[in-house]
Write a protein that binds this ligand. Structure first.
Ligand code: ZN
Length: 212
C-alpha cells in the first residue's frame, strides 16, 4: 500500500534555488567569490541545479558567480554530455596548485557571454585541489580541455572573465558584440528584470553570511 494514500497529495517538488545564468555585464560576474565553510542539503541542491543549467545550455563548465551566487564553487564536465557522468566534477574551494606543460592559445566561449568566442592563452596542464560534495579533499591533474575549462572557471570565482585575457586585437574583434550585450543588460534593467547594483550587492552579502 502507498503510505501516503490516505493523505491529500502534496507537491514535493522543491522550489528552484537558482533562476538563471546571468549575462555580461551583470555585477555578480565581477564579484570575488568566498570560500564555503560546509556542504549542506541546500548546497547539494544548488549544485544539482547548476549541473542541469550547464547541460541545458551545452556548456562544459559553470561557476557559482554565473548563477548569482557568491561561493567558491564550480561544476564541469569536459565532454558536455550528461550521460558521461564519470567525467563530471564538482569543485568546492578550488585552488590551482601548479600550472605546467606550457601555454596554448585556443578558442573559448562562456555561457555568460553568449555568441562570443575568442582565443585565450592558458596552461595546458594544471594540478587542482578542492573539496568534493562529500566534503573530502580531492586533487586532480587536468590537461587539454579539462585544464582549460578549470582555469576559465577559477577565473570566474576571482571575478575575471575570458575577455579580460584577450590580446588587444582579439578584443577589438568582439567589441561590437560586447556592446550589444551591454545594451541588452541596460534594457533588461530598465524593464525591471535586473535589480540595481546596490540590491545585487546586498543580496550577495546576505548569501555570504549564510555559508562562508
Ligand atoms: Zn565562463
Amino acid at each position: 500500500m502507498d503510505s501516503n494514500a490516505s493523505f491529500p497529495s502534496v507537491s514535493t517538488a522543491k522550489p528552484r534555488l537558482i533562476q538563471r545564468i546571468v549575462q555580461y555585464p551583470h555585477p555578480a560576474l565581477r564579484h570575488r567569490a568566498k570560500p564555503l565553510r560546509r556542504v549542506d542539503v541546500e548546497l547539494r541542491q544548488m549544485v544539482a541545479e547548476m549541473l542541469e543549467l550547464m547541460y541545458e545550455r551545452d556548456g562544459v563548465g559553470l561557476a557559482a558567480n554565473q548563477v548569482d551566487l557568491p561561493y567558491r564553487l564550480f561544476v564541469m564536465n569536459p565532454t558536455g554530455d550528461r550521460a558521461q557522468k564519470e567525467q563530471e566534477l564538482v569543485l568546492i574551494n578550488p585552488e590551482i596548485l601548479s600550472r605546467k606543460g606550457g601555454m596554448e592559445e585556443k578558442q573559448e566561449g562562456c555561457l555568460s557571454l553568449p555568441g562570443i568566442y575568442a582565443p585565450v592563452r592558458r596552461s595546458t596542464k594544471i594540478v587542482l585541489a578542492a573539496y568534493n560534495l562529500q566534503g573530502q579533499e580531492v586533487r586532480y591533474e587536468l590537461e587539454g580541455l579539462a585544464a582549460r575549462a578549470a582555469q576559465h572557471e577559477v577565473d570566474h570565482l576571482d571575478g575575471v572573465l575570458f575577455i579580460d585575457r584577450l590580446s588587444p586585437g582579439a578584443l577589438a574583434e568582439i567589441r561590437e558584440k560586447l556592446l550589444e550585450l551591454e545594451q541588452e543588460f541596460q534594457t533588461n534593467r530598465r524593464l525591471g528584470l535586473i535589480p540595481d547594483d546596490r540590491q545585487i550587492a546586498a543580496r550577495l552579502a546576505a548569501l555570504e553570511t549564510l555559508r562562508t
